[in-house]
Write a protein that binds this ligand. Structure first.
Ligand SMILES: NC(=O)c1ccc[n+]([C@@H]2O[C@H](COP(=O)([O-])OP(=O)(O)OC[C@H]3O[C@@H](n4cnc5c(N)ncnc54)[C@H](OP(=O)(O)O)[C@@H]3O)[C@@H](O)[C@H]2O)c1
Length: 219
């Protein structure tokens, strides 16, 4: 597989973990940060030798594909028209969970008729958005081997080519499958599924769980 440049928009736990996975494949990583000289950006750069940091828009311009690894509260402000231009025509992996903690308990900020995935697709209308990685703890996003079995990843998006690209990324990260649920509106289901993972995690103070579809049709 020829190497690509991935813009990782968000230099926190998820962004750094997925960046490590891309770097291990030989891809180039450029972090998109609101403060590319700040402590978090420096920590991400230290974690991924050879990576670089830039503004969100400059990182997106340099990239072939991108990952959105931002908090839900930051999405609308960060995905500006300039960022949309820089990501036009590119595959964008959306790992965001729209979680609202304002009641003291994690809850979905939207659902049933909308999702973070659809919001990202609306904000990046010329990009090929694929929802992925949102249903598992960051530490299992790459080489997800759990003590009692292998989890499955579910994806959703409108562009078949972009979903094939993300399925290939998942396989290269050690996932046994990328189960395609359909168009980006199916992100509503994936973000609800993530809430099961989040409720279980908070309820049990245990975050190494994942989902597995038993007796699925072989790939
Ligand atoms: N953690 C998990 O295991 C996990 C699993 C599945 C999905 N997710 C989802 O993945 C997303 C990222 O989660 P995370 O755990 O990686 O969060 P995190 O560790 O808090 O990282 C979020 C990053 O976003 C950056 N950021 C915040 N506001 C920004 C803005 N306006 N513009 C640019 N950058 C901004 C922060 O950097 P600065 O503050 O330095 O700018 C920070 O590095 C969330 O939507 C979460 O729901 C997380």
């Amino acid at each position: 597989m020829p190497s690509s440049t991935f813009a990782i928009l968000g230099n926190g736990t998820v962004g750094t973990t997925l960046a490590k996975g891309f770097a291990a494949r030989g891809d180039r990583v450029v972090f998109g940060s609101r403060d590319s000289a700040g402590a978090k950006a420096r920590a991400a750069l230290d974690a991924i030798p050879g990576s670089t940091a830039a503004s969100l828009v400059d990182a997106a311009r340099q990239a072939d594909s991108a990952v959105i690894a931002l908090p839900w509260a930051a999405v609308k402000g960060a995905l500006t028209p300039a960022l949309a231009d820089a990501l036009a025509g590119k595959t964008v992996i959306d790992a965001v969970n729209p979680v609202d903690f304002s009641s003291g308990q994690p809850a979905l900020a939207l659902g049933f008729t909308d999702s973070a995935g659809e919001t990202v697709q609306r904000l990046l209308p010329q990009s090929k958005v694929v929802k992925a990685f949102n249903i598992i703890t960051a530490s299992h996003m790459v080489q997800p081997k759990l003590p009692d079995g292998e989890p499955d990843m579910f994806i959703a998006g409108n562009d078949a080519g972009a979903k094939a690209e993300v399925a290939a990324i998942l396989r290269s990260f050690g996932w046994r499958s990328a189960i395609d649920l359909g168009g980006i509106e199916q992100a509503r289901l994936l973000e609800s599924l993530a809430m099961i993972w989040i409720r279980y995690g908070f309820g049990n103070n245990h975050w190494s769980h994942g989902f597995s579809l038993l007796n699925r049709k072989p790939d």
